[in-house]
Design a protein around this ligand. Structure first.
Ligand code: DX5
Ligand code: ZN
Length: 217
C-alpha cells in the first residue's frame, strides 16, 4: 500500500497572509500543496496565476500540485513550469489535443496529471493513462471550495483502479472536493492515494493539526 498524500488547497487560506500560511504548511505533514488556477471561462471563478506561484515558490518547501481550471491550458505549460509547478494537472474537458498537452507537460520537466469533472467517465483516459503520473477525480464541480462531496466518486475510483490494471498504469489517484476525515478513509478504501482538502483544513481552528488528522484518520 502506498503512502497517503495530503495536498492542502490554498483556495481556502488567508490570501492576505500568504507567507504565514505557507510557513505553516512547511511545518505541516502535507507532502503536496494544491494550487487552484481558475480563468473565469472554464469555471465561473477567477483565482491567481503564474506571478503568485513564482513568489510562493521562494517560500514553500512542498511539491506544487497545480490544478489548471482554464481553457486550452497548452498555451501556458511552459510558463507554469518556469513559475515552479512540479505537477501540472489539466482538465480533460479543456483540452482538444490531450495527448500532445501531456507530452508537452513532461517535456517541460513536470509530472503530468489530468482531471475529470464529475460527469466525465474515467474510460475517456484509456489511451493516455499509461503516460499519466496523476489522475485528479473531481468530487465536486470545479470552481469553488466548500461544496458538498458527490457520492458517485467512489464508483469512479473503482473503475479507475480497474482501468489502471488493464493499461499497466502507475498514475496516482487524487481526489478533489469536499474531503474530510470521515470521507477520506472510504476514498482510500476504494483505491485513492492523494487527497486535496481546502475548507476542511483552513476553516479549522488548527490547520496544521487538521493535516495530521487527515493523515491518521
Ligand atoms: C474546486 C477546487 C478545489 C477546492 C477544494 O474547484 O479544485 O481544490 O479548493 O476545496 P474543498 O476541500 O473546500 O472542497
Ligand atoms: Zn483543485
Amino acid at each position: 500500500m502506498s503512502k497517503r498524500i495530503i495536498s492542502p488547497s490554498l483556495l481556502a487560506s488567508d490570501f492576505t497572509n500568504l507567507q504565514s500560511e505557507i510557513e505553516m504548511l512547511n511545518e505541516s505533514e502535507a507532502e503536496w500543496l494544491h494550487l487552484d488556477i481558475m480563468d473565469g471561462v472554464f469555471v465561473p471563478n477567477i483565482t491567481f496565476g503564474m506571478p503568485v506561484i513564482k513568489q510562493m515558490r521562494k517560500h514553500s518547501k512542498k511539491i506544487f500540485d497545480v490544478h489548471l481550471m482554464i481553457v486550452d491550458p497548452d498555451r501556458y505549460v511552459e510558463d507554469f513550469a518556469k513559475a515552479g509547478a512540479d505537477i501540472l494537472v489539466v482538465h480533460y474537458e479543456a483540452c482538444t489535443h490531450l495527448h500532445r498537452t501531456i507530452q508537452q507537460i513532461k517535456a517541460n520537466g513536470m509530472k503530468a496529471g489530468v482531471s475529470l469533472n464529475p460527469h466525465t467517465p474515467v474510460s475517456v483516459l484509456s489511451e493516455v493513462l499509461a503516460d499519466l503520473d496523476v489522475v485528479l477525480i473531481m468530487s465536486v464541480n470545479p470552481g469553488f471550495g466548500g461544496q458538498k462531496f458527490i457520492e458517485n466518486t467512489y464508483s469512479k475510483i473503482k473503475d479507475l483502479v480497474e482501468l489502471k490494471k488493464t493499461k499497466g498504469s502507475n498514475a496516482i489517484i487524487e481526489i478533489d472536493g469536499g474531503v474530510n476525515t470521515t470521507i477520506l478513509p472510504k476514498l482510500e478504501e476504494a483505491g485513492a492515494q492523494a487527497f486535496v482538502a481546502g475548507s476542511f483544513v483552513f476553516n479549522s481552528d488548527n490547520p496544521k493539526q487538521t493535516i495530521s488528522d487527515l493523515l491518521s484518520c
